[in-house]
Design a binder for this molecule. Structure first.
Ligand code: TXA
Ligand code: MG
Length: 326
């Protein structure tokens, strides 16, 4: 199969016809299919080699459409929608039966998101159906933030890609579920900072704060074994500078390093050490080090654990975790 570069109009037609099309959002490129068509959705799992126990996010053009796909939306979810949609926030809410079970891996809840990207929303609108879309990378790989990244990983496997330029946010959406009392639980840190959620709904729970006997896999299937694995070992270190004299090391640094010359290659994420800028460049930097002939190991220090630093630390830990399953 040849993967075509599509215009927005062609992409909408492809999607309406049940084909797989990758499209840009503000977070990362998604691999879209008609969320209401189980056959189209099945192609997503096949193309990504993704296990079917890992459910998909359904993307909507407008917040007003949520009622068509969800029931009994908790009041906290309603408030978060009003505050952050369109935006990098995914809400896991009870689903209506029009959403196929394959989309939610058989769970009674569906993950919904309205991207803050006018072309992505226009594409959904023109397709005329909500789009199920995971990140457009082979399962376990690094999420794509450009159309070329998508083609590098899934070229020849998917029907088309529509190039919306580089992604502005650069890390995936924050995924929020709700416990039985409607209290928000951050299932995945992402593009909306936890502090910003808290400013709207008060304290939120995190996965770390969940007692072990809670049914975590039910709430967050696929989240526990997930990884963003580069093809070279990645180590989280206390202080990058201590590794300066070691051979063939690639370093990722939040801000410029005073002693960069010692390294084979350094990727600086932000000239001013800004976490928002760093999030936007993190996955591209990881890909360049993965492709670099100058290094066989990657090191990075943990990011400050606030704002988008939480999402970056989450991705970093997953990238540094050795592959345990498919
Ligand atoms: O920014 C993003 O979220 C991107 C863009 C394309 O929107 N999408 C994305 O999708 O990152 P994906 O499939 O790579 O990650 C979605 C996460 C998965 O870890 C999945 O387990 C969780 O959301 N998820 C989806 N549906 C769920 C559900 N019904 N219950 C709990 N978690 C769910
Ligand atoms: Mg993904």
């Amino acid at each position: 199969m040849e993967t075509q570069r599509l215009t927005l109009e062609m992409a909408a037609t492809f999607l309406r016809e049940g084909q797989l099309v990758s499209f840009g959002t503000e977070t990362v490129y998604g691999l879209g299919a008609n969320a209401l068509d189980p056959v189209a959705v099945a192609k997503i799992f096949d193309a990504k080699q993704r296990p079917t126990f890992d459910p998909l996010i359904v993307h909507l053009a407008d917040a007003a459409d949520a009622d068509q796909y969800a029931v009994e939306i908790p009041s906290n979810a309603q408030e978060l929608m009003e505050a952050f949609w369109p935006g990098p926030l995914t809400l896991v809410v009870p689903k209506k039966s029009v959403i196929p079970d394959l989309v939610t891996s058989g769970l009674p809840r569906v993950a919904l998101r309205v991207p803050n990207h006018s072309q992505a929303r226009e594409l959904i609108r023109r397709a005329g159906v909500p789009l199920a879309a995971p990140s457009a990378n082979p399962f376990g790989g690094i999420s794509p933030t450009t159309a070329q990244h998508v083609l590098d990983g899934l070229g020849g496997v998917i029907d088309g890609v529509v190039d919306f330029g580089p992604c502005r946010v650069g890390v995936e959406s924050t995924v929020v579920g709700f416990d039985d009392s409607g209290v928000p639980i951050v299932l995945r840190p992402g593009g909306v900072a936890v502090e910003d959620l808290e400013s709207v709904v008060g304290t939120v729970r995190t996965m770390q704060s969940m007692p072990h006997d809670d049914n975590l896999p039910q709430l967050a299937p696929g989240m526990l074994s997930r990884h963003y694995a580069p093809n070279k070992p990645l180590t989280i270190v206390e202080d990058v500078s201590e590794f300066r004299e070691e051979a063939r090391i690639g370093a990722i640094s939040l801000s410029p390093l005073p002693d960069a010359e010692g390294f084979a290659v350094v990727e600086v994420l932000s000239d001013s050490g800004d976490l928002v800028e760093a999030a936007a460049s993190f996955f591209s930097a990881l890909r360049r080090l993965e492709a670099s002939k100058l290094c066989d190991r990657i090191i990075c220090a943990a990011f400050p654990d606030h704002g988008l630093g939480k999402a970056l630390n989450d991705r970093l830990r997953r990238a540094a975790t050795p592959l345990v399953d498919s």
